[in-house]
Design a protein around this ligand. Structure first.
Ligand code: ADP
Ligand code: MG
Length: 357
């Protein structure tokens, strides 16, 4: 399938945006905290043309699904809500958006915690910016994308995914303060590369669990009389909170501290230890892991050449990330996947990319 076949003419422009993997700083972005993602090689591409019938038309090649927006006051469901949301947030920002034909294709796996949703939003906004020559910068794109996801797709997300998709590349880590949006582009720890393996376990319970954790964090911040848990730097302060707020807050505070230590320029070995500690904290204090993720992480952690490993994304399923010795990513990923699949699961290597897509 292609744009021409669906819309009967060639596209006028196209833009892409990558998925992301978060190396450290999980469940910190909605606590105004610190995150450390990097872009992955997989990306989403949006092709655009002007529609001549006065209506928007969206097609996803991945879903082989077309949605025609006949009533622009009514938010569609499913994938169209993200694109519809992007168009509407641009209109709310004061831009006039013509009726569009939108064609989406992507190599970012959906729902694995690698942020296919942000890649869809950012590539859509980039393509519209290009087509209509809009004067918006990459940070504004991330903010508009987040607004679209919250208000139109109905996901109460933080800003990390959209900032990473809009500003990160695959060669660096993006250190981001999600409160101030101050950021620094940093090299990977020396002599290291990234492995990402999807557990194959769908992220069921993810949205209810996510919303529950968010409200627990808000309750903890209220009890501690701070605006957000980011304002606590000494982890001992949370120890007087009632359970489960104590453990939830302890994860967030220690996780922020792990990110801050990692960006001071630690060795690959130390960075790996911080990732291992992050996983333990997500499993025991934040309780967002599942057995499959624990098994995959343990296999990775025990594999020679691995500095550290953890679940990545919001948890309850999805993918794991490992920091491994440079040049060994492919062999380590193959070995870990084999051991994981022998345990009865069906995983998939996402990074390094196999290139057979
Ligand atoms: P993640 O962002 O971790 O991949 P989400 O649940 O946040 O998971 O977003 C996945 C949703 O984003 C999909 O269910 C779909 O609605 C939308 N989406 C992302 N990429 C595409 C695509 N290429 N085609 C259609 N829909 C997509
Ligand atoms: Mg998402």
């Amino acid at each position: 399938m292609n744009f021409q076949k669906i819309f009967d003419k060639p596209p006028e422009t196209e833009a892409s945006a990558p998925g992301r993997v978060n190396l450290l700083g999980e469940h910190t972005d909605y606590n105004d905290g610190f995150v450390l993602p990097t872009a992955i090689p997989q990306s989403t591409t949006v092709q655009l043309g002007l529609s001549t019938d006065g209506h928007h038309h969206f097609y996803s090649e991945n879903l082989d699904e077309q949605v025609d927006i006949l009533d622009s006051n009514h938010t569609p469901s499913g994938f169209a809500s993200y694109i519809f949301g992007c168009i509407h947030v641009l209109e709310q920002a004061g831009y006039t958006i013509s009726s569009l034909n939108v064609y989406v294709t992507s190599s970012v796996p959906m729902g694995s915690g690698l942020s296919s949703s942000a890649a869809l939003e950012v590539s859509t906004l980039r393509a519209v910016r290009q087509l209509l020559n809009l004067p918006i910068n990459d940070v504004e794109i991330a903010q508009l994308a987040q607004k679209a996801e919250i208000h139109y797709a109905g996901v109460q997300c933080g800003i990390m995914d959209q900032m990473a998709s809009s500003l990160a590349d695959t060669e660096h880590m993006l250190f981001l303060d999600t409160r101030t949006l101050e950021r620094r582009v940093l090299p990977f720890p020396s002599g290291a590369e990234i492995v990402v393996i999807d557990s194959g376990v769908p992220r069921t319970l993810a949205s209810s669990g996510y919303n529950q954790r968010r409200s627990e964090c808000e309750a903890a911040a209220r009890s501690l009389e701070v605006k957000a848990l980011r304002d606590i730097t000494d982890a001992r302060i949370v120890e007087d909170l009632p359970e489960p707020l104590r453990r939830r807050a302890r994860h967030v505070v220690t996780e922020d501290n792990r990110v801050l230590e990692a960006v001071r320029g630690v060795s690959s070995e130390r960075f790996g230890e911080l990732m291992n500690a992050s996983h333990a904290s997500l499993r025991d204090d934040y309780e967002v892991s599942v057995p499959a993720l624990d098994i995959l992480v343990e296999i990775l952690q025990k594999t020679a050449g691995v500095f550290g490993a953890r679940l990545t994304g919001a948890g309850f399923g999805g993918a794991c990330v490992a920091l491994v010795a440079a040049g060994k990513g492919r062999a380590i990923a193959n070995h870990a996947l084999e051991a994981y699949n022998q345990a009865g699961y069906t995983g998939q290597i996402l990074v390094p990319e196999t290139g057979d897509k």
